[in-house]
Design a protein around this ligand. Structure first.
Ligand SMILES: *Cc1c(COP(=O)(O)O)cnc(C)c1O
Length: 429
């Protein structure tokens, strides 16, 4: 683009377009991206950046993928959308079949929606209606752990970490739920019963009002980028069974291979009663999500006074999104995705390791295709992002967390450059 055109674009953006968690008084810079391909973003001025974010976990196959493009255009030529009330269509059914084949066992009913947050809202409604169906109206509390992130809508926000998301701002108009200590047992650490002491305390104290426990399996995403022990998750599953409450697994970030398993629940060999999927479900092409549940949950939900699950978005089961999601899953399963995620994990471990020596770095951790540098102090986002861009990489830190989860198609050379340049930028304050 010509530089005058770039200026006009950026200037309109700054004056009129809101960005995530951004001010309009004093808008932070937004880099104009005009194209993307594979693991690269192209800026309007012609520079290329190696993408470390997969557009927030979603673009697992990289950008502009011929297979996903083909699936989208074929569906576009047929029917891009039709309502799901009283109608069904082949892409919805084909995607449903695939999801039931690959998701943790026991899940059999699927609710399609438009975004991760909505998938969480639907999960919360399912859990609440499950108890309504059994005449237990008092079971309206969710139990969760600190450092979680479940989305930005009110129900989802009410189970996000109450401190680090600034969600306390909304306290007066938000449901109050129960927060146990964050999982204190890191991925490779030995689990002991002490690690669930706080969860057990809350279960005992509030047993009669809890509907469900909601948690991100193994990887806590935007609420702290921490990886916890599979044995901890196993124990939570047992505790939910002991107390007869539902387990909601939010795999919106972890689903589709990111943690080294197709779904993070597999690390612990458990199945939730309700599962939320989003982000990578369409390979980053369209906003789409799904909430799955067991026969038992569906049966109780539908035996209540309402006789139905009380939710139904306009764009439910959007055919275009379903078609691309189906193609994205086929594409993933058609490759040795597991070895590929292991390749990324090994390179991240090797090339992020030097940052351990920095006085400013508190921790370096890697799981699957996720690499995290936890800093001792929050970074200055605007200046560090400019330096990332100047070094040809796209990384979007958050607070003390500088993290990457690149598209699985990233080459060894691109990945080594991404990690090395990230470490180089972080090395100089
Ligand atoms: C991103 C995310 C959500 C919210 O998804 P949106 O599509 O942004 O609404 C919910 N849960 C987890 C774990 C997430 O990472």
């Amino acid at each position: 683009m010509k530089s005058a055109d770039i200026d006009a674009l950026v200037s309109f953006d700054q004056q009129h377009l809101w960005h995530p968690y951004a001010s309009m008084h004093n808008p932070p810079p937004a880099y104009p991206v005009v194209a993307a391909e594979g693991a690269r973003l192209r800026l309007a001025d012609g520079r290329e950046l190696i993408d470390g974010m997969s557009s927030w976990w979603s673009a697992i196959h990289g950008y502009n993928h011929p297979v996903l493009n083909q699936a989208a255009s074929a569906q576009l030529a047929t029917m891009s959308h039709v309502m799901f009330g009283g109608i069904t269509h082949p892409p919805a059914v084909a995607l449903g079949r695939k999801l039931l084949e690959i998701c943790p066992p026991g899940l059999s009913r699927i609710f399609y929606s438009d975004s991760g947050s909505v998938a969480v809202e639907v999960a919360i409604k399912m859990a609440f209606q499950y108890w309504l169906g059994q005449g237990q109206h008092q079971r309206s509390k969710l139990l969760t752990v600190r450092n979680g992130y479940h989305g930005d809508t009110f129900g989802a926000m009410s189970v996000c970490d109450p401190v680090n998301g600034m969600h306390h701002l909304f306290q007066p108009i938000m449901q109050q739920h129960l927060f146990a200590e964050a999982p204190g047992c890191a991925f490779d650490e030995a689990f002991t019963e002490d690690h669930v002491a706080d969860v057990k305390r809350l279960l005992l104290q509030h047993n009669d009002v809890i509907a469900a426990l909601i948690i991100e399996p193994i990887v806590q995403g935007a609420g702290g980028m921490r990886f916890y022990s599979p044995a901890y998750l196993q124990r939570l599953r047992q505790l939910c069974d002991e107390y007869g409450i539902l387990l909601i697994a939010d795999e919106i970030a972890t689903g589709f291979g990111r943690s080294g398993k197709l779904f993070a629940c597999e690390h612990a060999a458990i199945s939730p009663d309700i599962l939320c999927l989003g982000k990578a479900i369409t390979g980053g092409y369209l906003s789409f999500a799904a909430t799955l549940c067991t026969d038992n949950v569906a049966e109780k939900v539908c035996s209540g006074e309402a006789g139905a699950l009380m939710h139904g978005p306009t764009f439910m089961a959007n055919p275009l999104a379903c078609a691309v999601a189906g193609a994205s899953i086929d594409l993933l399963l058609s490759q040795n995705w597991h070895a590929n995620v292991q390749r990324i994990e090994a390179l991240l471990k090797q090339h992020l390791a030097p940052a351990r020596e920095f006085a400013t770095v508190a921790d370096v951790r890697v799981l699957g295709a996720i690499g995290v540098l936890e800093m001792k102090q929050p970074v200055d986002m605007v200046s560090i992002q400019r330096r990332f861009v100047d070094n040809g990489i796209w990384v979007r830190p958050f607070g003390k967390l500088v993290y990457i989860m690149p598209p699985y198609v990233i080459s060894d050379t691109e990945l080594v450059t991404l990690a090395a340049n990230l470490v180089k930028v972080v090395a100089t304050p």
